[in-house]
Write a protein that binds this ligand. Structure first.
Ligand code: NAD
Length: 488
């Protein structure tokens, strides 16, 4: 297991050899002491990235960069089992979910390898309303990017940033979430194996409260790509405002799933469960607010309760586990405080609650609350755990209004067999990701990001690469006649 930071192509001990404990959420045991970077370590990493950017790296072709990306993907693919096991140990998620994440991360590297190649031939002419000029659009890498990632999909969320940044020709410093540093550090090994030039990718693990600010505020950082909570996103945005740094924010959500009377009930029940219990509900796009139309409410909730109570809870490495522990003691405490609040204030708990089935581990049962008041935090706040809040609605208009009534706008899901209705409601949703008759499937090719307090900017697809590119116009005066403003 990695015990050093990855700076300038080498494994480097953190200042004062500082470490912090990494805990397995299923056993509560410390399984590693990870390197705790300092502000000085951040400075070294950013300087390495800056020197690399000013060197030959920013002149590489997309085809050259694609080779590095594919080699990194090959290394990860060879180590799929090892990486998936490490992810389970670090994050707690069930092994099949971890393996899916790593496969997606590998796919992400290969996808951006293709996009890097396409960038070489990219020439866009812009039609101007004046034939005395012609204009071309070109793209150039943005410089040094600070990549700050959360703990819910540690290796995958890092891939969404590292791969497009490298594809674009930027250089980067990755700061993974404090509680899940292990698989992110592994990227350093794959960079070395692929002979990625020194300084293109640097990785500094440690406490967000210690290294987050120095990284965001560093004068040599040109771009901050952040995925995480609204409070930290807001803090980062205000720090970036000081020197007008380019920033993109992928933040939280409280996304609705609307189930209409005409939905396929069995199919919808499964997608509603997947939308909130997958990854223990620690999913930014999790559809944690269920809106079920009055006509099927009782039948739907009966089936939802039956199926939810069948979910097997356990250690992520135990075969058959569908719900593992939450990522940390702190996260379990936060989620339980919502559940306690619901119980104490008399909101009906259909199923779930605390989980006393295990001597160790941060387990919470899949939990469903019915009819919390509209202004109750069970209905309005991101819980980031396996907790679903349910309300019902009458008309389509009412459903849309309730669904959009949130400070967030990351995702929404619609369950109906009426295609016209699905299309109509998708248009009406104030969210960046709309799922129809499903919830959560995510594809590298499609744009990802939110409206409102869920952030701005888009990851994945070509949009993900444009996060790390500057757009430039080159406009040429081509008229044979003189300009003739001063000199008639
Ligand atoms: P968080 O905001 O606590 O931490 C995110 C990252 O910021 C971590 O790496 C953390 O160490 C770092 N950080 C902490 N203090 C910092 C500072 N002062 N400056 C810079 N960085 C700092 O979020 P989390 O608990 O790791 O993740 C959960 C949140 O992430 C949820 O709100 C979830 O919705 C959101 N999320 C969003 C998406 C998306 O694509 N929209 C994806 C995954 C998670």
């Amino acid at each position: 297991m990695r015990d050093k930071l990855f700076i300038n192509g080498e494994w480097v001990a953190p200042e004062n050899n500082a470490t912090f404990p990494v805990i397995n959420p299923a056993t509560e045991e410390v399984f590693h002491n990870a390197p705790a970077g300092s502000a000085n370590d951040v400075d070294k990493a950013v300087k390495a990235a800056s020197v690399a950017f000013k060197g030959p790296w920013s002149k590489t072709t997309g085809k050259e960069r694609a080779v590095y990306l594919r080699k990194m993907a090959d290394g990860m693919e060879r180590d799929l089992r090892k990486l998936s096991e490490l992810e389970v140990m670090d994050n707690g998620k069930p092994y099949p979910e971890a393996e899916w994440d790593i496969e997606d991360a590998i796919g992400c590297f290969r996808y951006y390898a293709n996009l890097a190649e396409e960038l070489d031939d990219k020439k866009e002419n812009t039609e101007l309303g004046d034939d005395r000029f012609k204009s071309e659009v070109r793209y150039s890498p943005i410089g040094v990017a600070a990549l700050i990632t959360p703990w819910n999909y540690p290796m995958l969320m890092a891939s969404w940033k590292i791969a497009p940044a490298i594809a674009a020709g930027a250089t980067c410093v990755l700061k993974p979430a404090t509680v899940t540093p292990m698989t992110a550090l592994e990227y350093g090994g794959y960079a070395q194996e692929a002979d990625l030039p020194a300084g293109v990718l640097n990785i500094v693990t440690g406490l967000g409260s210690v290294i987050g600010d120095p990284l965001t505020q560093h004068k040599l950082v040109n771009k901050v790509a952040f995925t995480g909570s609204v409070p930290i996103g807001s803090r980062i945005m205000s720090m970036c405002a000081q020197d007008i740094k380019n920033v993109s924010l992928e933040l939280g959500g409280k996304s609705p799933v609307i189930v209409f009377d005409d939905a396929d009930i069995e199919g919808a029940v499964e997608w509603v469960m997947f939308g909130i219990f997958w990854n223990q509900g620690q999913v930014c796009s999790g559809t944690s607010r269920l809106l079920v139309q009055e006509g099927i409410r009782d039948k739907f909730l009966k089936r939802l309760k039956e199926e939810t109570e069948k979910i097997t809870i356990g250690d992520g490495m135990t075969e058959g586990t569908l719900l593992g522990p939450l990522v940390s003691a702190g996260q379990m405490r936060d989620v339980l405080s919502f559940i306690d609040h619901g119980i104490e204030t008399g909101v009906t708990m259909l199923t779930g609650g605390r989980c006393d089935d295990f001597a160790k581990g941060y387990y919470v049962k899949p939990t469903i609350f019915v009819d919390p008041p509209l202004d109750d935090k069970l209905w309005t706040d991101e819980i980031f755990g396996p907790v679903l809040a349910v309300r019902s609605f009458g008309t389509e208009e009412e459903g849309i209004e309730l669904a959009n009534d949130s400070i967030f706008g990351l995702a929404a899901a619609i369950m109906s067999t009426d295609k016209d209705r699905c299309s109509r409601v998708a248009d009406a949703m104030h969210a960046g990701i709309i799922w129809v008759n499903c919830s959560q499937p995510t594809f590298t090719e499609a744009p990802w990001g939110g409206y409102k307090q869920s952030g701005f900017g888009r990851e994945l697809g070509r949009w993900g690469m444009y996060n790390y590119l500057e757009t430039k116009q080159v406009t040429e005066f081509i008229s044979p006649k003189p300009w003739g403003w001063y000199m008639k």
